[in-house]
Each structure stands twice: as structure tokens, then as C-alpha cells.
Design a binder for this molecule. Structure first.
Ligand code: B1M
Length: 211
């Protein structure tokens, strides 16, 4: 369907003003809400890949995120009535002591863009709060954003909190942020590391698909 192709392109272009009308037009033309969402996600997947390869810059990514959000606003009530389901639930937060949230917010938007339900529990989040939220929302993934070398030691605390709560095997722990590396992730016993928001979204989809 031509209009779905246009939606993918418009998402990639980050045109938040054009998106709502295009979504309405597609629905009117007979596309299902899930097809429209898939078309937006196709655009977001390209954005994520290019962002990971440094071919797109943050402002461009944010424009696509806004276009996604504007399109999603139209789709949300329709999707709730249809069979479309979130791929999985992610608890997202910046670890205790860390007030940085721009990267976290970007990760959240990209995750939503790839069809995951994101519960953003904010910044400066103690390990126990991640556990509480994971239990409350029956989360598949806990995603911790860590921007400071001084907040890296929060990572083993988060892992330990899940072990102590007896639910470590039920929840995947993903970490990321400027000072984090794959080696650190492995050493801390986390399940996944992602370098940037695009990689985080791809990784989260892979994690819920494996479960
Ligand atoms: Co801060 N800060 N900051 N800061 N700050 C850094 C991180 C720093 C590198 C600057 C520097 O010195 N060069 C440095 C850390 C040094 C270190 O630890 N080795 C630093 C410092 C020292 C501090 C303070 C201690 C400064 C002070 O008060 N003396 C202080 C600490 C506050 C605290 O958290 N307790 C502080 C404060 C602040 C501001 C409040 C002023 C502001 C934050 C505003 C906000 O977030 N609302 C701020 C900012 C803006 C920065 C810089 C300049 C930019 C961060 C940013 O938003 N980048 C930063 C320097 C830099 O990065 N160049 C710096 C854009 C964002 C899109 O990228 O956050 O990296 P980023 O997120 C990326 C990836 O990291 C990844 O994906 C994102 C998108 O691609 N990612 C994940 C992030 N989370 C992920 C989670 C994942 C996967 C990927 O899975 C779960």
C-alpha cells in the first residue's frame, strides 16, 4: 500500500506535523492500526540503524521520535481496541545518583518505537525501585541508564536486588550509557549492553523474542 510506504518515509524524515494526517489517511484507506504501526516501526528501525552507525545525529533522531509519538497518539485508541500487543514491558530508569536523562529518554522513545511498552521510572532510581516496578508491571526487561563513572557501581546493586527478590531469572537486565562497555556488562552479570538508543531498541526486541 503506497500510503504505508509514505508513512515509513515520513517517520524517517521526522515530520511530526505530517504524520497524524497520514495515519488518519491510511486508516481511512483500509490499513489496520497494526499495519500503520509496523510502517512507522520500519522507519524507526532505519533511524536506529543509521544512528548506531553515526549516520544520523541526535536532533534528527529526536524529530523521528516526535513523528512516532504524534502518529502513535492517533493510533493508540485504535490499537487498544485491536489485537495489537506490546512485544514486552521494559522498566527504564537512570540509576541512583545519576540525574542524566536525555539519553535515557531517547532510549525510551526508541524502545516504544519498536513496539515495547516502556515504564519510565525516572532518574536517581535506587536498585530496590527497579525491582518494585518490575514486579508491579511484570516486566520482561529492566533497562538501566548509567552516565557517570561514579554511578557504575550501582550496577551490581541492581543485579543483587533482583537476586535477593528471587526474580533474577525472570527479568533481563540491560545496561547502557557513555562509560559502560560490554566487558563491564559481562563482569557484572547483566544480560545485555547496548551502546546507543538504536542498539538498545534492537537488543530489547531480541531479548523479548528469545524469551
Ligand atoms: Co553531566 N557529565 N554531569 N550533566 N553531562 C557527563 C556525562 C560528563 C562525561 C561530562 C564531562 O565531564 N565531560 C561527566 C561524566 C564524567 C565521568 O563520569 N567520567 C559528567 C559530570 C561529571 C557531571 C556532574 C558530576 C557535573 C558536576 O555537577 N560537577 C553532574 C552529575 C549530576 C548527576 O547525575 N548526579 C552532571 C550534570 C549534568 C547536567 C545536569 C548539567 C546535564 C544533564 C541534563 C539531563 O540529562 N537532563 C549534564 C550533561 C548534559 C552532560 C553531557 C554534556 C551530555 C549528556 C547527554 O545528555 N548526552 C555529558 C558529556 C557528554 O556526554 N558529552 C555529561 C546526549 C545523550 C543523547 O547521550 O546520555 O550518552 P547519552 O546517551 C546515549 C548513550 O550513552 C546510550 O544511548 C544514548 C543515545 O544514544 N545510553 C544507553 C544511555 N543510556 C542507555 C541505556 C541503555 C542503552 C544505551 O540501555 C539500558
Amino acid at each position: 500500500m503506497e500510503i504505508l510506504k509514505k508513512i515509513t518515509e515520513t517517520l524517517y524524515d521526522g515530520d511530526e506535523f505530517a504524520m497524524p494526517e497520514l495515519v488518519k489517511e491510511a486508516i481511512k484507506a483500509g490499513a489496520s492500526p497494526q499495519q500503520v504501526l509496523d510502517a512507522m516501526m520500519d522507519g524507526m528501525a532505519i533511524v536506529g540503524d543509521e544512528f548506531s552507525r553515526d549516520e544520523l545525529y541526535i536532533p534528527e533522531v529526536l524529530c523521528s521520535c516526535h513523528a512516532m509519538m504524534e502518529g502513535s497518539k492517533i493510533l493508540k485508541p485504535l490499537l487498544t481496541d485491536s489485537d495489537a500487543k506490546a512485544l514486552g514491558t521494559v522498566i527504564l530508569g537512570s540509576v541512583q545518583g545519576d540525574m542524566h536523562d536525555i539519553g535515557k529518554n531517547l532510549v525510551g522513545m526508541m524502545l516504544e518505537g519498536r513496539g515495547l511498552k516502556v515504564i519510565d521510572i525516572g532518574i536517581d532510581v535506587p536498585a530496590e525501585k527497579f525491582v518494585e516496578a518490575a514486579i508491579k508491571h511484570q516486566a520482561d526487561i529492566v533497562a538501566c541508564s548509567i552516565l557517570l563513572t561514579t554511578t557504575m557501581p550501582e550496577t551490581p546493586k541492581v543485579v543483587k536486588a533482583f537476586v535477593d527478590a528471587g526474580i533474577r531469572d525472570q527479568v533481563k537486565i540491560m545496561i547502557g550509557g557513555a562509560p559502560i562497555t560490554q566487558e563491564f556488562c559481562d563482569r557484572m552479570g547483566c544480560d545485555a549492553y547496548a551502546k546507543d538508543a538504536g542498539a538498545a531498541a534492537a537488543m530489547a526486541v531480541a531479548l523479548v523474542s528469545k524469551a
